[in-house]
Design a protein. Structure first.
Lengths: 941, 258
């Protein structure tokens, strides 16, 4: 074996030679020990270029001799090494005169250990000693601009750097130099030009054993070495950026935005203000992360899993996309300020936000309702139809202040404290005109005004502490939350209803109503995780939850003097619902290679105390609620996985469903609470599979879910056929389970050559609900509502970076929306949806884009007319400046002026169609300037 | 019977060492355990640009709170008869995606190198596809230095080079193992490479253990499965796939071609 290796290398070299080289340059010689003259077989002989020490050829000594052929001519270095012997280095030249060089017998010398001990006199210097770490502050030492790190190290007391870059600290050789915890090898300036400059250094730390720092950096080879860690300065940012967006359009549409952000070291400060009536109610997601709360976004769990926080969803004004719900014409004003900073080596941070805003929405809404009534002997009953026109003027004003403090106590424990407070005040003013028919016979006519003023206060506080123990996977955490919510309302209900037919007459209501709803929730949760093996862990948790709620609703009629002083008992109630629960849980987690399994259950005992303050009736009930769960996940690869999941969930009735009070805000549709409601229990199973093939550009995504609810809380209705008045009350339905399901499948494939992505999608979602319906003819007749939607779509898209992109898609839909009480007059119907758009980057920094949406819903037995809508938007943008920071654009919204608000739904025994005001055609000229000035930064590594 | 043959082989190998090596024992076959260490913080931070920092900077702070700075992956190399087989070891638990699924932070190559023939068969996993890259050994212009350090009990000499025209590599080889191989596709030094650092890519490979054992020829079988390509056709395929990936394309291409 020993013979063959060098032989093969030589043969290989010779082969190459025979093809290319005519003049072969070569070296030869023999290698032996000086003292014993024994042959040093297997000594390494290398030939390097003298100018850059690049390795040309190497061989091993065989039988004491070596020979290297096929070398290139020039000035060369011969390097002979043998373990335990000093290196032999010799310079030589090969040229046409000397095509070969014979080194004769090279004598190798055993290494003699020369201990050149350097005694360092330690100077008194301003250095910090932390445990076994000596820390030097780089700023305290002066070096030339563009000086290298080595020059800085030379300045530090107790540290010497020799001409080869070898570092000696406190008399001992430094074995390792780290930069931000990672080993620093030093660059070869002839190969790379990047350099670590002295002005990039923040601190230099010197430690000589496996200290905290060494453990923290994770570099531990078991050897206690003198180690130098160079901490670089962080990218310090001083500067500002901002955005001015001015948009003015036709039909009095406008949108103005102003945002400004300033960095100063680790402090970030930003303010913004927006006003507009185009439907933007705040900052969009991108601007929100720049100018708003920077804690939105990605967070990482202990296992590297990723959590995504959209944030702002509960703010009422700035929803995720910054859009209101599209009903009516809005006028939104919003403003805010943000401040965050970090200190104490980033161990502590604070993040605080203030937001203020108002939203006015004005519009009209037309609602057509079909109310299916039970018939006799299971025959279909009759259907009541009503038509309602509503005009609304709503106003809301809101302020919110939040602050989050985070403290990294040590490397294994963290504390997070966050508080927020919100005040909201709202005025809603609604006017209704409605008529109801039974088979073209007029039943009633109603005119109604509802005015309501609301004042809401919300306060939340949260403390989270977690601690990781030395044993991997063992951890403990405490989470304490308090949530307080108070909502005070007062308002007027003025209603006049004319009844026709058998019970002809007029009902007039003129009432003053007050409401106070309050809830105070305190949750505590302790979690302990214990690993049994590397793969299996148990997560135990215990929590006490207190949930105290109150709802006080009062209605007053006018007295003789015209003041609202007479309390209407049937419409008034003061009710308390206090819940105390103890929850215990045990969940097993198993994680090995590609498999993740978890299973277990939580169980809570709930003490449910209902107090009617009007009657002093108290009802105390105890429930035991179970929350079982199990899931199995298999990760075939990073891009392919399968998951199946089961969970059982108990839903408690809400105070609104329980409070024994009539709500007559709509006198034709009255609701009544049910204090005897019990929790319902839902079993849900869901599964998903996804695969993404990057190279072939193919992706498959399948997901589905099915759930059934036992003892469901359903909304029962009693309708008076003669007047058309319906009363709704919830109850637990025995003997029937409601169900919900969905299935989605997507398949996408990139078509090679043309590089178009083509995809098909199939979607289905459906539910089966039940409720009980009563009227004069039948009592408690079971009504089953089926709502199923099926859709298929085909889509195409192409994207070419900075050139163009386009997309298009279309497909049919079919909706089942039927009720067993009225199987013939259902809302089943087909439909069709389509969309398309493109963006093109033109020369001279012009960009044009357009997008269109088409919706078609066929007529149904319930809704006799079909619905078609095409919305078309287009824009042309011209960018200015080198970095395209200034943009001027003209855009057209809803060019065909067809954007009408439209919605079809079905629930209980109602089928509903809505049409409402929405933003239609307008043109807008806009100028957006993104400005920024950043300076004073430290150059990057 | 097998046992006897094995014993005889061991005896023979031991015997032959005594016969020829007078001064020093040279390890010509055996196994090496390597550890690949990736500085995840540095890799993450490099992806932060002016355009995404409002989003990625807070994400990076969160990452630093829960994740370790260094990710360590193990691999083994078997060598003998001037052939090497480098095989990554799948980690026990797979940590979640995002930055950890970047190819620089994983191990995609199973490499068989026949140093005598100068040929490489590299089974490379690129997303869902497995390629079998057959090509000649990578030609690296190593610059030999006089710096030495001890790795896994062997004295190693430092050499520097540029790999793939732009990646600065620092390698440490030992002349006590007269096999010119190394981890991944690093080779071409006058001895076994026991350490490689790519300082600007924040990645290192270091041997933690070298075992001197005879290696059965069967243990040095090249990988067989995969779509047959060479380095040039692989580059063409990958760069057409990543054409519209923007700035991420270069990061991925570099890591996959390495």
């Amino acid at each position: 074996m020993k013979i063959t290796i060098p032989a093969l290398i030589i043969i290989l070299c010779l082969c190459t030679v025979s093809v290319f080289a005519q003049n072969t340059y070569s070296v030869k010689g023999s290698v032996a020990d000086t003292a014993t003259s024994s042959k040093l077989t297997n000594a390494t002989v290398s030939v390097l270029n003298a100018k850059d020490s690049i390795l040309q050829k190497f061989t091993r000594v065989k039988d004491g001799n070596f020979e290297i052929n096929n070398l290139k001519k020039g000035k060369l270095i011969l390097l002979v090494t043998y373990p335990g012997y000093a290196d032999y280095v010799d310079r030589f030249t090969l040229d046409s005169a000397h095509t070969t060089h014979d080194f004769g017998r090279i004598k190798m010398i055993l290494k003699t250990q020369l201990l050149a001990e350097v005694i360092i006199k330690a100077k008194a210097a301003a250095v910090k000693i932390k445990g076994d770490t000596t820390e030097f502050n780089a700023a305290a030492f002066t070096v030339q601009p563009n000086a290298k790190v080595e020059d800085l190290l030379k300045e530090l007391p107790g540290i010497q750097v020799d001409k080869d870059g070898k570092i000696t600290a406190q008399g001992q050789t430094v074995n390792k130099v780290l930069v931000d915890g990672e080993e620093f090898f030093g660059d070869d300036p002839t190969l790379v030009t990047k350099n670590l400059r002295a002005d990039m250094v923040d601190k230099v730390q010197l430690y000589d054993k496996k200290s905290d720092q060494a453990t923290f950096t994770g570099i531990d080879d078991g050897v206690k070495n003198k180690t130098l860690n160079i901490k670089l300065k962080e990218d310090k940012k001083n500067g500002y950026f901002g955005k001015i967006d001015a948009e003015g359009g036709t039909d009095k549409y406008y949108q103005e935005q102003l945002m400004f952000n300033r960095f100063k070291g680790k402090q970030k400060f930003s303010v913004y203000g927006t006003i507009g009536n185009t439907g933007k109610t705040g900052l969009g997601w991108e601007d929100n992360s720049k100018y708003g709360n920077s804690s939105n976004g990605l967070e990482f769990g202990d296992g590297g899993e990723i959590y995504f926080y959209g944030g702002g969803g509960d703010d009422g004004l700035d929803s995720f996309s910054g859009q209101y719900n599209g009903q009516g014409i809005p006028l939104a004003r919003s403003g805010g300020a943000h401040y965050d900073t970090k200190w104490n080596s980033d161990k502590e941070s604070i993040n605080t936000n203030y937001k203020i805003g108002s939203l006015n929405v004005d519009g009209t809404r037309n609602t057509q309702t079909q109310n299916n009534l039970p018939g006799v002997n299971d025959q279909p009953g009759i259907a009541l139809n009503s038509n309602s026109d509503q005009t609304f003027h709503n106003h809301m004003f809101r302020q919110k202040l939040d602050a989050t403090y985070q403290l990294k106590i040590d490397t294994s424990s963290n504390l997070k404290v966050s508080v927020d407070g919100t005040t909201k005040s709202s005025i809603t003013n609604n006017h209704y005109n409605s008529t109801s028919f039974r088979n073209d016979t007029l039943l009633n006519k109603n005119t109604r005004d509802v005015i309501n003023n609301g004042d809401q206060k919300i306060f939340n506080a949260n403390v989270f502490y977690n601690k990781k123990f030395k044993k991997v996977g063992r951890s403990f955490s405490v989470n304490i939350t308090e949530a307080y919510n108070q909502n005070k309302t007062n308002g007027f209900l003025k209603s006049e209803t004319d009844f026709f037919g058998k019970q002809a007459g007029t009902q007039k209501i003129d009432q003053y109503k007050t409401g106070l709803s309050e809830s105070n929730i305190i949750n505590t949760n302790f979690t302990y995780s214990e690993p049994f093996t590397k793969a299996l862990a148990l997560v135990l948790n215990y929590g006490i939850n207190i949930n105290n709620g109150r709802s006080d609703r009062r209605s007053f009629d006018k007295d003789a003097s015209g003041n609202y002083t007479i309390l209407d008992d049937t419409l008034s109630n003061n009710f308390k619902l206090n819940q105390l629960s103890n929850q215990l849980g045990a969940i097993f987690n198993y994680k090995k290679k590609k498999v993740i399994i978890n299973f277990g259950s939580k169980v809570s005992t709930v003490n449910f105390k209902q107090i009617d303050e009007f009657t002093n009736n108290t009802l105390t009930r105890n429930f035991v609620n179970w929350y079982p769960q199990a899931s199995f996940q298999y990760k075939f690869s990073q891009q392919q996985s399968f998951r199946i999941n089961y969970n059982g969930n108990t839903s408690q009735p809400s105070i609104e469903q329980i409070q024994p009070v009539r709500v007559n805000t709509d006198p034709l549709n009255v609701t009544l609470g049910n204090p005897d409601l019990k929790p319902s229990f839902t079993n849900r199973i869901s599964a998903s599979y996804n695969s993404y093939k990057v190279i072939s550009g193919q992706s498959i995504w399948l997901s589905g879910s099915y759930s059934r609810t036992i003892n469901p809380i359903v909304s029962n209705v009693t309708t008076d056929d003669a007047t058309g008045v319906s009363t709704y009350q919830s109850s637990n339905l025995k003997g029937h389970q409601t169900s919900n399901m969905y299935f989605n499948a997507y398949f996408d494939q990139k078509i090679p050559k043309v590089e178009i992505n083509a995809g098909i999608g199939l979607n289905m979602n459906g539910s089966n609900y039940f409720n009980l319906a009563s009227n004069q003819l039948a009592k408690n007749q079971l009504n089953e509502t089926k709502v199923y939607t099926y859709s298929a779509s085909f889509r195409l898209s192409k994207y070419k970076q900075k050139k163009y992109d386009f997309w298009a898609g279309a497909g049919p839909t079919y909706t089942v929306n039927s009720q067993s009480l009225q199987p013939l007059i259902n809302n089943n119907g087909s439909g069709f949806n389509g969309y398309a758009g493109f963006n093109v980057y033109l020369p001279a920094k012009f960009q044009i884009g357009t997008d269109a949406n088409y919706q078609y819903n066929a007529a149904t037995q319930s809704v006799r007319e079909d619905f078609r809508r095409t919305t078309l938007n287009a824009s042309i943008t011209k960018s200015f400046m080198k970095d395209e920071s200034l943009k001027l654009s003209i855009s057209g919204n809803d060019l065909l002026n067809q954007n009408v608000g439209y919605n079809r739904t079905g629930s209980g025994n109602l089928l509903t169609q809505e049409r409402y005001t929405s933003i239609k055609r307008y043109f807008m000229l806009s100028l957006v300037w993104d400005f920024n000035h950043m300076g004073g930064g430290t150059p990057k590594k | 019977m097998k046992y006897i043959i094995l014993t005889i082989t061991i005896l023979f190998v031991l015997g032959s060492n005594r016969l020829f090596a007078q001064n020093k024992h040279f390890t010509e076959n055996g196994t090496i355990t390597f550890e690949k260490t990736i500085n995840m913080y540095a890799i993450f931070e490099k992806q932060i640009t002016k355009d995404n920092e409002s989003f990625l900077r807070p994400a990076f702070d969160s990452y630093k709170k829960t994740q370790k700075q260094f990710k360590v992956l193990k691999s083994t190399m078997t060598f003998g008869n001037n052939k090497t087989l480098y095989t990554p070891i799948e980690p026990e638990t797979v940590t979640g995606g995002f930055f950890s699924d970047s190819p620089m932070a994983g191990q995609v190559n199973t490499v068989f190198t026949d140093l005598s023939a100068g040929s490489v068969i590299n089974q490379k996993k690129v997303f869902e596809e497995t390629f079998l890259v057959k090509d000649s050994t990578r030609k690296i212009n190593w610059k030999i230095t006089s710096e030495t350090r001890e790795i896994a009990g062997y004295t190693c000499r430092r050499a520097n080079a540029l790999v793939l025209d732009s990646i600065y590599a620092v390698a440490f080889y030992t002349d006590e193992i007269p096999v010119s191989g190394g981890p991944e596709l690093f080779n071409g030094l006058p001895g076994m490479i026991l350490g490689v650092a790519l300082p600007h890519e924040n990645v290192t490979w270091f041997a933690t253990k070298v075992t001197d054992v005879p290696i059965d020829e069967k243990a040095l079988a090249p990988p067989k499965k995969g779509k047959a390509v060479n380095n040039k056709s692989l580059y063409t395929t990958l760069s057409s796939v990543m054409k519209n990936w923007g700035e991420y394309a270069q990061i991925y291409l570099k890591a996959f071609m390495l």
